[in-house]
Design a protein around this ligand. Structure first.
Ligand code: FMN
Length: 407
């Protein structure tokens, strides 16, 4: 644009431009590319403030003196290419002040053309972005630290899952006349549910399902601890009256197991944890089931023929009150009877409308799968519950343990 100003006004405008350039916080430099080495012919006070070099230090020199040991050669190459091709270039480059301290420079270089369109000069704008870069680097470091902490945590969790899985029964307890099957489906990696079945004598098997309040790490810590106390082999186990022998006669009644656990795991307000348990003794010879329910859901009995039914189940959870008492229940079973112990994660699984799967639906399902082998039937149960909840994941651990009285 051609300006027609009287000489005084033109002078005032020049002075204003000069003052504006001096007062801006950014560095402004102008080079003359008609001279060898494209030297700086103008630098403002902002440039002095940012770099520590005085104007007389820089005029006549190429600005590359700001670069140093850690400056990225690729960024320098990018600037070189931009200047060679006469186009606008913006980079973030590590430069060094006169006192040697490094700073991050957001540098924009623009060609300046004369009236014929020839590039005669370049104008460079320098902005000190050190604080932003340091903040970004600190953020990146925090992110990296968080990622590695998360990876460590995941590895630890996976290791804990393996420990917990290793405690699950590995094979059928091998008591003639009764066959077992089980599934444990944790909603997070670590389950607050636990189950086990084991041989306690020639004709006797023990089986239980327990569910610690809550889920995840805290619940799984307690469920693993309790499972050790319910071990079929450990000397500390609450299943036996004398710690020295696992003689069949020394096996305590289910009611006593609940009481002993209640003494061992009193309510602690710091953790507010408690658990429900269905512990049972299956006598394969007499086909009797003796069990105790501590706040647990009723077992479901599915006969070979006829309707499924829930078994009586009253009793308080373990760890809530110091003087709770429990009762043993005894059921006479028939050949072909199947009995299912399970946790609330299974029957309280909700569909998209918020309707629970429920004990009735589970009972019907178990009866409809009666023709399937015991083990395969459990897969179908988990599939059906999964289909019921749809895409939403289970909100609680789901476990099921089954046994069948054989001929
Ligand atoms: C006007 C202008 C300002 C410049 N300002 C800087 C600067 O602040 N920091 C920097 O590292 N390089 C700056 N440069 C770039 C260097 O002067 C030089 O062009 C770059 O290092 C690439 O060329 P070379 O390979 O000859 O060094 C500027 C260049 C021009 C033309």
């Amino acid at each position: 644009m051609v300006q027609t100003l009287d000489p005084e006004a033109a002078q005032r405008l020049l002075e204003l431009k000069d003052r504006a350039l001096s007062s801006t916080a950014e560095g402004v430099t102008i080079s003359d590319c008609s001279l060898p080495n494209n030297p700086i012919i103008y630098a403002n006070e902002g440039f002095e403030r940012i770099t520590g070099y005085s104007i007389s230090d820089v005029v006549g020199r190429n600005c590359r003196f700001l670069q140093g040991a850690e400056t990225d050669p690729e960024t320098i190459e990018e600037i070189r290419r931009g200047i060679r091709e006469n186009r606008e270039t913006t980079v973030e480059i590590l430069n060094y002040r006169k006192d040697g301290t490094p700073f991050w420079n957001r540098l924009s270089i623009d060609p300046v053309r004369d009236s014929k369109g020839r590039v005669t000069n370049f104008i460079g704008i320098q902005v000190d972005i050190t604080q932003r870069r340091l903040a970004e680097e600190a953020l990146q470091r925090t992110k990296d630290d968080l990622e590695s902490a998360n990876e460590r945590m995941q590895r630890n969790l996976q290791a804990a899952v393996r420990v917990q899985q290793a405690l699950l029964p590995r094979s059928d307890p091998n008591v003639p006349g009764v066959e077992f099957a089980w599934r444990l489906d944790p909603c997070t990696e670590l389950a607050g549910d636990f189950l086990n079945c084991y041989r306690l004598g020639e004709n006797l098997a023990g089986a239980y399902v327990l569910d610690v309040s809550g889920h995840g790490v805290a619940a799984s810590l307690l469920s693993v601890t309790v499972s050790r106390m319910l071990s079929g082999t450990s000397r500390q186990s609450v299943l036996f009256d004398a710690a020295v022998t696992h003689d069949e006669n020394m096996i305590v009644s289910p009611r006593r197991v609940a009481e002993k656990l209640n003494e061992l795991f009193p309510f602690d307000p710091r953790t507010a944890q408690f658990f429900t348990l269905l512990y049972s003794l299956v006598d394969a010879k007499n086909r009797t089931l003796r069990y105790v329910s501590a706040g647990h859901l009723p077992p479901i009995r599915v006969p070979k023929r006829g309707e499924p039914a829930t078994l009586a189940s009253e009793g308080l959870p373990i760890g809530l009150f110091p003087d709770s008492a429990w009762e043993d229940r005894m059921v006479q079973l028939e050949v072909g009877d199947r009995v299912y112990l399970y946790t609330d994660g299974l029957v309280e699984a909700e569909n998209l409308q918020g309707v629970e799967f429920g004990i009735d639906r589970l009972s019907e399902l178990l009866a409809s799968f009666r023709a399937l082998p015991l083990d395969a039937g459990l897969d179908r149960v988990l599939q059906d519950v999964d289909a019921w909840t749809g895409p939403q994941p289970l909100e609680d651990d789901a476990s099921i343990l089954a046994f069948e009285m054989a001929d």
